[in-house]
Design a protein around this ligand. Structure first.
Ligand code: AQP
Length: 327
């Protein structure tokens, strides 16, 4: 059985972009693959996090995994910081990563733009992400479009290591959805929807109450026309909303366009809001049940134990290959 690994940062509330671009695929893959899904809390601290909020968001992301349909009996669900081997392999891979490679990462450029001081962790984070994946010899990594470049670097590092020290790591493949791999911001369709965007109106959080969802969608920026037509070049905002509709309602883009032909943005946005509410309401109910059950910590403890066993095997093998004295 092929192995899948992916993760999300508890750097805010998970958004509809995170769901459509990645989480939705996580749940589908667990029926056919050996899956590892983690909450990448060590990545989240590459930008400042308020300690209380970090803990709450970490639990929320883990509970949302399960609410979205990840079954901890089938998949290994854990926190990155509970498996110390990630940090250790991350360091080893940092020593194999070139500065020029990290400087080219667009996410680093975006997140550091205009900041007076930027933590070194934000710069070296792609090496830690490579460690996350290579520790488990993952074959497939389900991610949204924005992570494609980091995954390329992971592949390069695995190949570099294998060439220098002998065959060790599986070269992972990205698994990027054809539709919805890049959901854009509701207030600016030139930027992707991001959970850490300080403007709450720019994203739909998976835990937003129905009325908040309706308000955010009614206020979503659209062009001055009225035609519900998918044309990302000339109508990026409406095209983004059509993508969201298609993903939430399990329809094709053409079906959505046909449904709203000649109707204008008003009825389209109203129905879109109801589609999103209908998708998220059952997920939110399951989320509340999981939080109330008190089971979450046990699930994470068990997941960390399973993940650690696998991670330790790989870390020892890596260290031996590099010439460390492993006793
Ligand atoms: N807008 C998006 N559309 C589709 N997929 C997306 N992903 C993120 N944004 C979109 C995918 O969600 C997964 C989780 O990513 P992450 O938590 O590691 O961080 P990220 O990619 O940086 O996502 P955010 O929401 O933008 O977080 P912040 O604001 O903290 O940087 C990944 O698979 C990602 O591709």
């Amino acid at each position: 059985m092929k192995r899948v690994l992916s993760g999300m940062q508890p750097s805010g509330q998970l958004t509809l972009g995170n769901y459509i671009g990645a989480l939705k695929n996580f749940t589908a893959l667990q029926h056919t693959h050996d899956c590892y899904f983690m909450v990448v809390d060590l990545h989240a601290v590459t930008v400042p996090q308020e300690p209380k909020a970090l803990k709450e968001q970490t639990e929320a992301v883990a509970a949302l995994y399960i609410a979205a349909g990840i079954d901890p009996a089938k998949s290994t669900v854990f926190l990155q910081s509970h498996v110390h081997q990630h940090a250790e392999l991350g360091w080893l891979l940092t020593t194999l990563t070139y500065m020029g490679e990290l400087e080219r990462m667009t996410q680093f450029k975006d997140k550091s733009a205009g900041k007076e001081s930027v933590g070194a962790g934000l710069f070296t984070y792609p090496s830690l992400m490579a460690a996350d994946i290579l520790l488990y010899n993952a074959d497939l990594v389900p991610v949204g479009d924005d992570q494609k470049q980091h995954l390329e670097l992971t592949r390069d590092l695995a190949q570099r290591f294998n060439q220098r020290f002998g065959d060790t790591f599986t070269i992972p493949e990205p698994y990027i959805p054809k539709l919805g791999a890049r959901i854009m911001s509701l207030d600016d369709a030139s930027k992707k929807m991001s959970k850490s965007n300080p403007n709450q109106g720019s994203f739909i959080a998976l835990l937003d109450p129905p009325d908040v969802i309706r308000k955010k969608i009614s206020r979503a920026v659209t062009d001055s026309g009225r035609e519900v037509k998918f044309d990302p070049q000339n109508k990026p905002e409406v095209s983004n909303l059509i993508s969201i509709y298609a993903q939430c309602a399990n329809k094709s883009i053409a079906e959505v366009e046909a449904l709203y032909e000649g109707q204008g943005y008003g009825p389209f946005k109203k129905d879109l809001a109801e589609q999103v509410v209908a998708l998220l309401q059952p997920l939110q109910e399951r989320y509340r049940d999981i939080r109330a059950s008190g089971e979450l910590h046990n699930i994470l403890r068990e997941g960390a134990q399973r993940a650690s066993e696998q991670a330790e095997l790989m870390l020892r093998r890596t260290k031996e290959k590099m010439g460390f004295l492993v006793l």
